[in-house]
Design a protein around this ligand. Structure first.
Ligand SMILES: [Zn+2]
Ligand SMILES: [Zn+2]
Length: 143
């Protein structure tokens, strides 16, 4: 595929529009406006998913998806691109044992440092310190 020079294309279209009846003229000028808008959007959003009204386009591999939220970490399923702002949404925490006054049944139990919910049980009486908090989704990789 040959890359199209958007500026030259718009210029040609605008010139062409001058020789068209009024209704066609406005259609062509509308296309020109869309091309210009798309160009600005693409240039300014290399780090972000491109919002194309009814779907999203990966800025790296151009894959179209219905919604990046459908994929883990909002990553592109084809190339793994991740919007930096989505990466920031991943919370980080750790399992810890709170000190101080706790009801006896909570002694020796770990809690999520982010949402304070108790660690899940792997089997009765045995905690499972999972990689992610099942309650708030924080990644438990803090030391
Ligand atoms: Zn991609
Ligand atoms: Zn949590």
């Amino acid at each position: 595929m040959r890359p199209i020079d958007a500026d030259a294309l718009v210029e040609n279209l605008e010139l062409l529009a001058k020789f068209q009846p009024e209704d066609k003229q406005s259609t062509i000028l509308g296309i020109c406006a869309t091309i210009k808008a798309t160009k600005t959007l693409t240039a300014g959003s290399a780090q972000h998913w491109i919002d194309d009204i009814d779907h999203w386009i990966c800025p790296v591999c151009r894959l179209e998806v219905t919604n990046p939220n459908n994929y883990e970490g909002c990553k592109c399923p084809r190339c793994g691109f991740q919007d930096p702002k989505d990466a920031e949404l991943v919370r980080h925490g750790r399992w810890y044992k709170p000190h101080g006054m706790m009801p006896p049944e909570h002694h020796h139990r770990h809690r999520c440092s982010e949402c304070y919910s108790l660690a899940p049980y792997e089997r009765p009486g045995r905690e499972w310190l999972s990689d992610y908090c099942p309650n708030c989704g924080a990644k438990m990789d803090l030391k």
